[in-house]
Design a protein around this ligand. Structure first.
Ligand SMILES: *Cc1c(COP(=O)(O)O)cnc(C)c1O
Length: 449
C-alpha cells in the first residue's frame, strides 16, 4: 500500500497554480472529495498509479459543473410559442428594464404612500386589470393551479362542486382537476358523460350541499363528433338563480382577438366577463404573455373572501411578479402588443418570418443546404388544442448528417429546433430577431468544426 502514502495532501495540493483564480473553500471541498475517492479506489485495487494532472483536471471539471449556471438561455426554434419546457412566455427587455428599480430598491409593495401606513400588496395591479377587464376586483397568486386550489378551498370545503365529465382535465406536471379538488377538500360532483353534458345535468346536480358550478377549459384536448358542452353563460345563469358561485378555470386567458380564425374557438376573457361571472381564473404566462401567476377576477365580495383565506399567504406572489404583470397588463390595455413577446410572435406576419428566414438562408447558403418551407405550428402550453397556425421554417442539411444528428449538434449549443417529415427545421415563428446572428454564427461554427 505504498500508493496510499503517495496520495497528495489536501492543503498542499490546493496551492497548485491551476487553482489560483478559483474559490479556495470550494476547491478545498472538491479536492477532499476527489482524494477520498482516490483512496477508496486504491484500496479496491481500481487504481494502480496516481496521475496528478488527471486529478487537477477532475477537480476543475467538478468545479465548473457546480459553478456554471444551470438555468441558461436557449433559442426556441421549435415554433411552439408557449413552450412549457422552454419557459412559456418571455418578458420584453424594455419592460424588464422598467421594473428593475422595484427589484433593486425598496418599494411600496405593502405600504400606502398617501397615508403612511400599511398598504395592500394586490392593490397595485387592480386599477389596470379592472379597467382592462371590467371586473370589480382581482387577486394574483403564484400560478393558475394555485388559483384553482384557493377558489375551491375558500368556497367549497366539504361541499360539492359540479363539473362536467368532459372537463376533468389533466394538464402536464400532474395537475388533475379531481386531485386538486380532493386536496382542497372540495367534493367533486361529476355530471354528464365524456362527450355530452346538458344544462339539465347541472340543474339536476344541485342540492343543499352544492357550493359551486365550475367550468374547466379543455386546454390540451378537444372532443369532436357527437358532443356538446354547456356554454358558460348558461352555467352563470343557473348558478345565480340558485345562489351558487359560478367559476371558470380558463387555463389560458387571453385578452386580444386571436388571429388565424382562433377567435371563434378561443374566446377572450372579455367575452366571458360580459356574463358578469362570480369568478374567473387564468394563467399569467400562457397566452396572456406575462409572468408565472394565477389571475383571479370577478365580484368583489368573492375576491374579499379569497383574500381572507389564510392559505393565500402560502400562494402569494413577489414584487417582481406584480411589477412585471402590472407593466404587461398596461401594455395590453394600451394595445402595445409589441411589448408582449408571446403576442408579438403570434401576430408576426408571414412576410416578416420569411424575411428572417431569408436572412439566415443567405448567410448559410454557401456552406449548407437550406430551404425555406411554409408549414404549420401550434401555440402550445395548454392553449388552442389541435389548432394549427401558419409559419415559415428553414430546413437545414449539412455533411450528409441525419436530422437527429443535426438536432443534437444544435441542441448542444442551446438551439432547439424540431424534426418534421425527416427534415431538421428552424421555425421562425418563435425565433427572436435578436437571435438571428447567433443562429448564423453557431451553425457556421458547427459546420466548420
Ligand atoms: C394551465 C392550466 C392550469 C394551470 O395553470 P398554471 O399557471 O400552469 O398553474 C389550470 N387549469 C387549466 C385548465 C390549465 O390549462
Amino acid at each position: 500500500m505504498i500508493l496510499l502514502k503517495s496520495i497528495p495532501k489536501v492543503d498542499k495540493f490546493i496551492l497548485n497554480n491551476y487553482f489560483n483564480n478559483l474559490s479556495k473553500p470550494l476547491v478545498t471541498s472538491i479536492t477532499k472529495e476527489v482524494l477520498q475517492n482516490l483512496r477508496e479506489d486504491i484500496l479496491n485495487n481500481k487504481v494502480t498509479n496516481i496521475n496528478e494532472e488527471e486529478l487537477i483536471e477532475k477537480i476543475i471539471k467538478k468545479y465548473e459543473e457546480i459553478t456554471k449556471p444551470s438555468l441558461q438561455k436557449v433559442v426556441n426554434a421549435t415554433g411552439v410559442i408557449v413552450h412549457t419546457n422552454l419557459g412559456r412566455s418571455l418578458i420584453d427587455e424594455n419592460t424588464f428594464e422598467k421594473v428593475k428599480t422595484i427589484a433593486t430598491s425598496y418599494n411600496n409593495l405593502e405600504y400606502n404612500l398617501l397615508e403612511g401606513k400599511r398598504g395592500e400588496r394586490y392593490s397595485h395591479i387592480s386599477k389596470v386589470v379592472c379597467k382592462l377587464l371590467g371586473c370589480e376586483d382581482v387577486l394574483i397568486v403564484n400560478n393558475n393551479a394555485s388559483a384553482v386550489f384557493l377558489v375551491l378551498n375558500t368556497f367549497a370545503q366539504n361541499k360539492e362542486v359540479v363539473v362536467s365529465r368532459g372537463e376533468l382535465v389533466e394538464i402536464g406536471g400532474s395537475f388533475r382537476i379531481p386531485d386538486v379538488m380532493s386536496s382542497s377538500t372540495a367534493i367533486l360532483k361529476e355530471i354528464g358523460t365524456t362527450n355530452k353534458t346538458h344544462l339539465r345535468d347541472y340543474e339536476n346536480a344541485i342540492n343543499e350541499n352544492t357550493a359551486m358550478l365550475m367550468k374547466v377549459h379543455k386546454s390540451n384536448y378537444s372532443i369532436e363528433g357527437f358532443s356538446s358542452e354547456v356554454e358558460f353563460e348558461k352555467i352563470v345563469k343557473v348558478a345565480q338563480e340558485n345562489e351558487l358561485i359560478d367559476y371558470y378555470d380558463m387555463g389560458s386567458g387571453h385578452i386580444i382577438d386571436l388571429p388565424y380564425g382562433l377567435k371563434e374557438t378561443e374566446p377572450s376573457v372579455l367575452d366571458y366577463m360580459k356574463y358578469n361571472p362570480s369568478l374567473l381564473s387564468f394563467s399569467g404566462d400562457k397566452l396572456l404573455g406575462s409572468v408565472q401567476a394565477g389571475i383571479i377576477v370577478g365580484k368583489r365580495k368573492y375576491i374579499e373572501k379569497l383574500k381572507k383565506n389564510p392559505l393565500l399567504r402560502m400562494l402569494r406572489v413577489d414584487k417582481l411578479t406584480l411589477a412585471l404583470l402590472e407593466e404587461n397588463m398596461k401594455s395590453i390595455l394600451l394595445k402595445n402588443y409589441d411589448e408582449i413577446p408571446t403576442l408579438k410572435m403570434l401576430l408576426k406576419p408571414i412576410e416578416k418570418l420569411t424575411q428572417n428566414a431569408t436572412t439566415v438562408k443567405t448567410a448559410l447558403d454557401d456552406i449548407c443546404k437550406c430551404e425555406i418551407i411554409k408549414t404549420q405550428t401550434v401555440i402550445g402550453g395548454g392553449t388552442t388544442p389541435n389548432k394549427k397556425i401558419p409559419t415559415i421554417a428553414l430546413s437545414l442539411e449539412f455533411k450528409n448528417y441525419k436530422p437527429n444528428k443535426i438536432e443534437k449538434l444544435l441542441r448542444a449549443k442551446n438551439i432547439i429546433g424540431r424534426i418534421e417529415d425527416e427534415k431538421y427545421l428552424l421555425d421562425f415563428r418563435t425565433i427572436r430577431e435578436e437571435d438571428l446572428e447567433l443562429i448564423i454564427s453557431t451553425i457556421k461554427e458547427i459546420i466548420n468544426a
